[in-house]
Design a protein around this ligand. Sequence first.
Ligand code: 13P
Length: 233
Amino acid sequence: MIVAANFKTNLTRKETLVYLEKLEQNIKNSNQDVYVFPATSSLVEHSGHAVVGAQNAYYVQDGAFTGEIGLVHLKEFGIDTILIGHSERRHILGESQEEVSKKFKFFKEKNFKIIYCIGEPLEIREEGEEKLLKYIESQFAGIDLDYKNLILAYEPVWAIGTGKTPTLDDIESLHKKLKQKTSAPILYGGSVKVNNVEDILKLESVDGVLVGSASLKVDDFSKMVEIAQRIED
Ligand code: 13P
């Protein structure tokens, strides 16, 4: 299974290095696929079981894009994994679907592993399933769902950082619909914690989890990797 940590705007470089060292000790016997996405200034060249990826980058090699980093900055650390389309980038930082799809195309051409995030805000969910599916469909515009290095992450916006999650049945039903569209592994994200990860990972159509706040403590995140391992054994 896939267990991924998104640190968002947390943990300094020093803290990230300490975290990674501890994580590697904790998961050394695991054969789960583990990813860690540190803040941009905490990106590090890492060799170990866990793969370090970028939360974001601009779709250029390099150039005049103040405040952004490009491909050269990822290559410096040997990074070839990236999150694209996270709801915080879409809704807080105003990234449009057009921008998101340009980013996808660029990093696909560079053969990156892409964790592509989708998910609906609460007002869309409240409008019913048809609207929800239509909204999700709009997040696939310009996205190649057959890309071989794709991982999809379903993260309902209203479940992120709120302690709320859809019911297990709702997660399963949506993931099943997504599975009709792609053969990529599908992660669930949004208020995944040590105490609910097992039930979520046990769902047939869930291939892993993308964890925000509960990943910030290395022992909690390691525990989730351990739970994934136990389910698979
Ligand atoms: P939380 O786990 O803090 O809800 O965040 C989920 C998320 O956005 C992971 O990308």
